[in-house]
Each structure stands twice: as C-alpha cells, then as structure tokens.
Design a protein around this ligand. Structure first.
Ligand code: ATP
Length: 585
C-alpha cells in the first residue's frame, strides 16, 4: 500500500489523468450494463415486475427513445464502444507514464550518482549501478503500471458497486463482504510474493555485481583456466534467482487457482440467498448475479494486480535507497570564486587520511604555473591521492590548497575541473570510436581538436594509419588497441579541450622508449603554456620535468637535480633526476 501511495504522490498529475480516463471508462461500462435490465425485461415480457426496469424504460421514453430490443442493443454496443475508446486513451496514458517513470527514475539515479563525492562513487560496485539503471528502473516502472491498474480497477468496483446498490443493496453488501473475506484469506500468498520479489532484487544486484567484476578480470582468469570458479559462483547465483522466481510464480498461480473455486462457491451461496431467501424477481436476480460476478471478478483482478505490484515494489525501494544514499553523498557545490591559474598552486600543511589510514601529514608543495612537475614515491605512498586533492576529488582534512592564492574551498569544484586535463593510471576507453573517446563529454569540440590533441600526444601517426582512422572502434575497454596506444588516446582526450592544468598519473608506464620520448617532449613543449603535474616512476619522464618531488612519510620532498662534475654528467646515461632521487632516498 505504501508503494501505491508513493507512486501516486510521486507522479500526481499523470496518475490523475489515468484515473480520470479510467473512471470515465468505468462509468461508460456501468451505464451500458444498466441497459441490460430493460432489455431483459422487454425480452421476457416481464416489465411489470421490475421497478428499476420500469424506471429505466420511463427515462428512455422521456429522452424520446423507444425501449425496443434494437434500441437496447444499440445503447449497450454504443456504451461499449465509448468505453473502449476511453480505455484506449487511458491505457496509452498508462503506457507513456510507465516509460516516463522508468526514465525519470533512471535520470534521478544517474544525476545523483554523478554529483556524488568521488569517495562514495568509488565504493559502489559497477554491476550494482548498472543493475539499478537497467533492471530496477524497469521493474519499478512496471510496479507503477500495476499500481495504476489497481487504482483503476478499484474505481470500476466502486462504479459497479454503486450500480448494484440500486438493484439490491443486500446482495451488493454480501458480495463486498464475501470479496473482503476472500482477499484476507488469500493474503498469505501476497506475503510470499513480497518475500520472493525482495529476494530477486537482492540476487539480481549480487549477480550483476559479481558478473561485472568477473568480466573486468576475465582475461587473466581465462589464461589460468580459473574461470570455472567464476562459472560455479555465477551458476549458483543464477540458480538461486531461478528459485526465487519459481516461488513468485507459484504464489501467483496459486492465487489465480484458488480464486476460481472460492469464487464459484460464494456465487452459489449468493444466488441461493437472492432466489430462495429474498425471493427477488428473475430479471433482478439475473442482473444482480451478473453484477456480483463482475464485482467479485474485479476484486480478484485487483488482488492479482496488487500481487504483481508487490513482486516489483522491492526494486523501486532498492532504487530509491540508492538514489537517497547518492544524494546524501553529494559533493559540495559551494564556492563562488572564479578560478584563475596565473601564478601557481600551493599546498599548505595538508593532512589527509582514508579513515584509519593516514596518507599526508603536513604536506607542503609549490607548483609554479607554466612548468612541468613530477611526483614520485613508493607504491601506496599517496601519489594518486595527491592528484585527487589537486582536482578536488578529495578534500584535505585540514590545510589549504591555494589556486593563485584563493582557497580551493572557495571555488566550485566543477569550475576548477573545467580547467583540468586528467589522465588516469588505468586507461579504460569507451567501446566507441577513437574520435568519440577523445571528444567525450565536450560537445563543443570537433574533428580539428581531436587531430591536434592526437598530434600533441604523439598518437596521430598510428591513428592515421588505421584503415578507419579516427572512426576506428576501440573495442570493449579499448581492448582492440595496445596498452601504449590506449595511453596515448587517453592523453589526447585530456588535451582535447586545451586545459590550463594537466594532471597525469603514470602516463608513460605502457609506452615504448620512442613513444615515451615523444610524450616527454610534448609535455615539455606544453609546459610553456600550461601547468603540468605528472605522477611517475619512469626515469625519462622524471628527467624531463622542471621540478621533481618525492613523497615519503606523508610529506613531499623537493629533489634537486644532480649537478655533478662534467665527467659525472657525461657518465650519466641514467637520467639525472633518477640519480638524485635515489640519492635522496
Ligand atoms: N578510496 C580509498 N579508500 C581507502 N584507502 C585508499 C583509497 N584509495 C587509496 N587508498 C589507500 O591509500 C594509499 C595511497 O593510495 P594511492 O593510490 O594514492 O597510492 P599511490 O602512491 O598512487 O600508489 P601506486 O604507485 O601503487 O599507484 C594506499 O595504501 C591505498 O591502499
């Protein structure tokens, strides 16, 4: 019931349209049925025994309609056609609304997720997110459809009930009482459906979470013939899902199967009361019986539809919880100062931790503009975290990051990020063309920007040599390209919108020496007009930088280039910076 009310309050206008249309349809149907009585009375020549029959005949005569069989039949058929037309409009409205519900839930979830804090986003399993967008949004929208039908059927029950009341209030009352008893008696099956639906929602999430994890590392598992472990787990989860689905099917079918015999028994009792106990006229009994069958049928239908709604409701609530959690983790949008990058970036007394794990303690770092800075350090020391702080994906626990002297806290993170080009450590490309991968999220850019960015990243020659050039589809996660090619496409993506601040996390780790040389030269050239910070272990890249820092014990240490004797310099085939770094360690 809570879901039913929630749907109505979430989409009040659309629910109201649907209900008005269905109410009109119910009235049309009710009106055409009342014409049955005079039709029957005329057919059996029994007008004298039926009050209601006489009254309707009189009303029709007042309207200038002679109550002939033909006229009655026309009224019934006309009413039914009108009803069908109204139902068509109503059902179309329901269909459109169902699509709208799915779309708005999806957009709400995606919107909440994309504006959530990076640390929250990181903790979400990919499979669970895709399941929410695909499966849960659809199931929740199906739930809305069932809710709308439950409401519409309830309206129809009211219409029928009202019509039936005029004919025999006793029979109507009895049939409602009987209907309520039936609904209560079969409610246990609804409970089973609710549990089975919730189980399916939970299992679908687990299954898709596991599946997407496995698909992410399927190559290494396959190479070691260990994919059968994944197979076994996926099989087990799929079987459990089937079990839950069977339970839902069983309870649904049991409800339908039990409704029929109970219905027939109750009808027999109803007829007995009407004919034998109350001694109603034959025509009234026939119409009453007809109306009672309709009422009980409608009540049965309501219960069946309600059961469908209950089977889907857990998907809606799971999605709602996910949306609310993402909203609660929304990243700050406060900050009104417009960022500039004319002077430099300063990190002052930065403290940062991931819960119990402390990463930075009193970190201080100066990054001058139009320069190339590299940061190195042992694995896990916090190099990527430093980049996260610089692009405001993480906030320091204390201390300040100053952009041209303005605290990053006073700047809207999105305004700041518009000025940033970022190359992540793991190069994951979209399953799309090279040009789409480069221009993604930047609709104002075009072919010329992509070509310039590819040239800057030293990737133009290999892309141009491909049969489809920029239109080459790179495959799942860019799998049809080599690691080095992927990395250069990622660098081109970061350069496409001509950022002022370029952040690179191990940008040359997958490159051959020649490609690395090209990228280093590119970065040195770019550093004349923009500010670059690269995290790297690669001697060539470190050596190409203007400023070199190492991270150690939560602090940054400036590494000065080794200024040895001429002999030392000549002997140095290992990059100077690397020597200096190893000396400083
Ligand atoms: N979201 C997170 N939640 C908790 N701990 C994290 C999170 N991200 C990173 N860490 C931990 O913080 C430490 C620093 O991680 P970070 O990725 O910044 O290191 P790194 O120096 O870039 O390492 P590598 O060179 O191996 O990439 C690591 O020990 C890591 O396990």
């Amino acid at each position: 019931m809570r879901t039913l009310i929630t749907y109505c309050t979430l989409f009040p206008r659309r629910t109201a349209y649907v209900l008005i249309a269905l109410l009109a349809a119910g009235i049309a149907e009710g009106l055409s049925l009342t014409a049955l009585l005079p039709l029957l009375t005329i057919a059996v020549g029994d007008t004298g025994n039926s009050d209601i029959g006489q009254r309707i005949v009189q009303v029709l005569q007042n309207m200038g309609i002679e109550p002939t069989i033909e006229a009655m039949l026309l009224i019934i058929v006309g009413g039914m056609i009108l009803k069908s037309l109204i139902l068509l409009i109503a059902h179309r409205q329901v269909g459109y609304t169902v699509a709208h519900v799915a779309t708005s839930l999806r957009l709400e979830f995606i919107g909440a997720l994309l504006t959530s804090r990076w640390q929250y986003y990181l903790r979400q399993p990919m499979g669970s997110l895709t399941n929410s967008v695909a499966t849960e949004a659809n199931r929740a929208a199906d739930g809305f459809e069932h809710a709308a039908v439950v409401l519409a059927l309830s309206v129809q029950v009211l219409v029928y009930g009202t019509v039936a009341m005029f004919i025999s209030w006793e029979a109507t009352l009895i049939s409602f009482l009987i209907g309520i008893v039936m609904l209560r008696a079969l409610h246990q099956l609804i409970r089973i459906t609710r549990r089975a639906g919730a189980k399916q929602t939970h299992l679908l999430r687990e299954l898709l979470t596991y599946l997407s994890d496995i698909l992410g590392s399927v190559k290494s598992l396959k190479a070691m013939a260990r994919d059968n472990v994944a197979d076994a787990i996926l099989r087990d989860q799929t079987k459990q899902l089937e079990k839950a689905t069977r339970r839902e099917v069983m309870s649904r079918e049991a409800l339908t199967a039990l409704q029929e015999p109970i219905h027939a028994t109750l009808m027999a009792v109803g007829l007995y009361l009407a004919v034998i106990i109350w001694g109603l006229s034959m025509s009234s009994v026939m119409v009453t019986a007809f109306l009672l069958i309709r009422i009980l049928n409608l009540l049965n239908k309501i219960q069946r539809r309600y059961q469908h709604l209950i089977a889907q409701e857990s998907a809606y609530w799971a999605l709602r919880t996910a949306i609310d959690a993402a909203r609660a983790a929304a990243e700050r949008t406060a900050g009104t100062r417009q960022p500039t990058l004319q002077k430099g970036i300063s990190l002052r007394h930065i403290y940062f931790d991931y819960g119990v794990k402390s990463i930075f303690q009193d970190l201080n770092l100066e990054i001058p503009v139009r320069s190339f800075t590299t940061v190195s350090g042992t694995s896990g020391v916090g190099k990527s975290t430093l980049l996260d702080l610089l692009c405001a994906l993480a906030d320091p626990k204390s201390g300040e990051i100053l952009i041209d002297g303005v605290s990053l806290r006073e700047i809207d993170p999105r305004d700041w990020r518009h000025m940033i080009g970022y190359v992540s450590q793991e190069t994951v490309l979209l399953h799309d063309t090279i040009i789409s991968n480069i221009l993604v999220g930047a609709p104002t850019l075009g072919y010329a920007d992509a070509e310039r960015a590819l040239r800057q990243a030293g990737a133009w020659d290999f892309v141009n040599a491909l049969p489809d050039g920029l239109q080459t589809v790179v495959g799942e996660r860019g799998g049809l390209l080599s690691g080095g090619q992927r990395q250069r496409i990622a660098i081109a993506r970061a350069l496409a919108h001509q950022p002022l601040f370029l952040l690179l996390d191990e940008p040359t780790s997958a490159l051959d020496p020649e490609s690395e040389r090209i990228v280093c030269e590119t970065l040195q050239r770019l550093a004349r007009s923009l500010t670059i910070v690269a995290v790297s272990h690669q001697p060539a890249l470190i050596n190409a930088a203007d400023h070199i820092f190492t991270l150690s014990k939560g602090k940054a240490e400036r590494v000065h280039r080794f200024l040895g004797t001429e002999d030392d310099a000549e002997a140095s085939s290992v990059p100077d910076a690397e020597k200096a770094i190893s000396t400083s360690r």
